[in-house]
Design a protein around this ligand. Sequence first.
Ligand code: JFZ
Length: 437
Amino acid sequence: MRKLILLAVFSITILATHAQQYSYPMREYTPTAENLEARKEFQDMRFGMFIHWGVYSILGDGEWVMLNQKIPFNTYKRLADFFNPLEFNAKEWVQIAKSAGMKYITITSRHHDSFSMFDTEASDYNIVDATPYGKDPLKELAEECKKEGIKLNFYYSLLDWARDDYGFGKKIVDGVPEDTDWDSYIAFMKAQLTELLTNYGEIGCIWFDGHWDRKTADWRYDEIYALIHELSPKTLIANNHHLTPIPGEDIQTFERDLPGENKGGYSHGVQVSELPLESCATMAKFWGFGLNDKNFKSTEAIIHFLVKAAGKNGNLLLNVGPMPNGKIQPEFIETLKEVGDWTSTYGETVYGTQGNLISSQDWGTITAKGKELFVHILETPGLPYIFIPEFNEKITSAYSFDGNVKVKYKQVEEGVFIFTEGIPANSVDQIVKLTIK
Ligand code: JFZ
């Protein structure tokens, strides 16, 4: 018995240390009806485009280039003098996203390098004041997205490598970095967020990142989240803090991971919440443009990610890092076009569907729309059947999505066998439509 108690105490301690949480008080959060509505819309979209673009793109070595190449900020900041993305065309980007089947765009408004990609009064280090380009691309993008029915979201970095009031690298004492004007930094962020939420029309989501740089800081999320929800009740809040969601947040993100998995190594001890879920992933290695980054994901790998995310009731936010001239690189365009060919035929099996019907299976996953279930066979099992465990719903019909061929199945107490023979070949995803009673 004592052993058991000890074991229990030990396990609780382990769980508690792993599930590290935010330790500052947050007011109770009751989302408004319109916020709940926006969450549902967000969930139904299932597929979005992430865009990492900034002065770092010039060096073609990812968005962490300043730190990775140990470039002092005073040197790095000159990049702004050469940033002149004359070939940026919001129409083109939106068309690329749209024809890939993406329903929203989340773009970096300010990344860790302190450079603001929008017209801001709160800092001179921005695309309008500090570059020869002198225009606000987010404004153009916002207008184009609105025209084309694409939702626009802003990524916003909490971490700042350059500002004195952030004091990158300073020790945190009682929630505040030493020898800095933390109040000033919080006020700066609030000023920028206010601009982002008032000057660009309706914004779907603010996607925070950088918390993990200061796990013990008081980020004043109570004030920041309240400000966002007051200014724009429909705007959803996501925070890539790799923690279980904090009150005030509307979306849970998973970096380079499917919900509930920890393959990217960032989601240790994180509980999957009831909130809409979103996985983000790159198309190559880096988020920001990588000139020599040839680690391209295949079209098939991307489709599988999308389908598996939907099977876990989550969205996929797939990243492109445009080039310094403002163009998206041809390799990405090509792959996105192929992804678009797939979504235009099979999109209905992911958009507006629900997941979490079964746990992940080696063969694939299931998505559902009411009484219609889509069984996605992603891996050829090498057997003449797949098995759906713990499936007790009464099936009334089974047809292949391709060609509408009748599919044989057998329901037993433990689940269902689906016999794959005769299902038209499809190297990416063989989909079987099941209708249940
Ligand atoms: C973050 C950013 O640093 C990255 O540049 C990109 O914007 C991505 C979407 O989000 O990535 C992280 C987050 C956390 C860690 C590392 C990279 N971490 O905890 O080590």
